[in-house]
Design a protein around this ligand. Structure first.
Ligand code: 9MR
Length: 365
């Protein structure tokens, strides 16, 4: 592909692409001598190169409060996910009311900026509102209320939110059903309940892609087996599921071969796969004296690159999106939840592209 753009009167930018390698060469309009060679990856942005969606978890407060943040989201990403505003505890404010303020804002923001929205998440043990938990409903009432909730939320954004994490983090490490939360105490067959939640979501928006989402999936073979088993049960019962998400909150020291073989195993389901909350920790030992050196930035870039290459190797009909859990190191959840010295994302505190960005970009086909 060759494209020419006239820049002022003197120069033409010539983009060339040859056996996958791209270069940008600045030449005189008369075609005389090459002046400079610019690394093209500093010019093109992720969403322009990727053939699948590039998502970011965002927060309304940051979109509204920091214009650089909003610009970065629009520049680099083609899909957004609410980092917390679309969870049940945030939307379902009381037994008789919903709070749509933030979710409406995000859906409109995406529409105005030509982006998709991935909905996160309808059912999460960690996000039942207090009023709901305190009501101590039996399984029948519990499910009838949840059905109304799913129907109302998915229905409100029918055609606007194109995909949903219907259920999030059901399995504990190793693959047993998680003990925390209320589901296990309310339902004799929690998996059956989750399957019906997928049915309720499908009925509310038949075109939305429906996902099960969890963490450490590619590393934890027990959890992966449990997920695959759940998918089998869903299929046997006719419960609709389109895709699986592995969050990918991994560290720079994670074993590459383990990740790749686990990912291939997940792909054997034939479902859409979503790398749904990607960030790569660098301060893996939580050291107070940690320094993010050049060597560390390069190592992180290499990790991002192979993860994206691995994703690209999927059959095309299984690719859905790669979503980073945040936009800039400045606001990452990990500085609060992991260690203040943590730099897990693609853009630095000043919204500059890090080597990690370059690694991600180089991993794209
Ligand atoms: O990053 C999110 C943080 O800002 C919220 O306070 C928290 C609770 O809503 O959820 C975090 O996001 C989690 C996601 O929803 C599910 N996977 C793990 C994420 C990090 O904890």
């Amino acid at each position: 592909m060759k494209k020419q753009i006239i820049l002022g009167v003197l120069y033409v930018l010539l983009f060339t692409s040859c056996s996958g390698d791209e270069s940008i060469v600045l030449i005189n309009v008369d075609g005389a001598s090459n002046e400079v060679t610019v690394n093209p990856s500093t010019q093109i942005n992720l969403k322009e190169k990727a053939k699948f969606k590039i998502g970011a978890a965002v927060k309304v407060a940051d979109l509204q409060g920091d214009v650089n943040y909003s610009n970065a989201v629009r520049t680099h990403y083609s899909q957004i996910t609410a980092e917390y505003e679309m969870k049940m505890a945030n939307i379902w404010s009381s037994s008789t009311s919903y709070n749509w303020t933030s979710s409406d804002y995000l859906v409109n923001y995406a529409k105005n900026n030509n982006m998709e929205v991935h909905g996160h998440t309808l059912i999460w043990y960690n996000s039942f509102p207090d009023w709901f938990k305190n009501a101590k409903y039996d399984s029948i009432v519990f499910e009838s209320k949840v059905k109304i909730y799913i129907t109302d939320v998915v229905g409100r954004y029918k055609g606007k939110i194109k995909s949903w994490d219907v259920v999030n983090e059901v399995f504990a490490d190793g693959g047993a059903l998680r003990e925390e939360g209320i589901i296990k105490t309310v339902f004799k067959d929690p998996i059956g309940f989750y399957g019906r939640c997928f049915q309720y979501a499908r009925a509310a928006d038949p075109d939305a892609k429906l996902f099960y989402n969890d963490y450490s999936v590619v590393l934890d073979s027990g959890k992966r087996a449990a997920m695959k088993n759940m998918v089998k049960k869903f299929k046997a019962k006719g419960y609709p599921i389109d895709g699986l998400g592995d969050q990918f909150h991994y560290g720079n020291d994670t074993n590459k071969q383990t990740i790749i073989s686990g990912f291939l195993d997940l792909a054997s389901t034939g479902l859409l796969l979503h790398i749904s909350e990607l960030d790569i920790k660098v301060n893996v030992n939580k050291s107070d004296s940690y320094v993010f050196t050049d060597a560390e930035t390069q190592k992180q870039a290499a990790t991002y690159k192979y993860i994206v290459e691995m994703y690209e190797a999927l059959p095309v009909n299984q690719k859905f999106a790669i979503t980073t859990w945040g936009v800039t190191d400045k606001y990452t959840w990990l500085t609060g939840w992991w260690h203040p010295k943590e730099y897990p994302l693609l853009l630095d505190n000043n919204y500059n592209k890090k080597p990690a960005y370059q690694g991600f970009l180089n991993g794209l086909k």
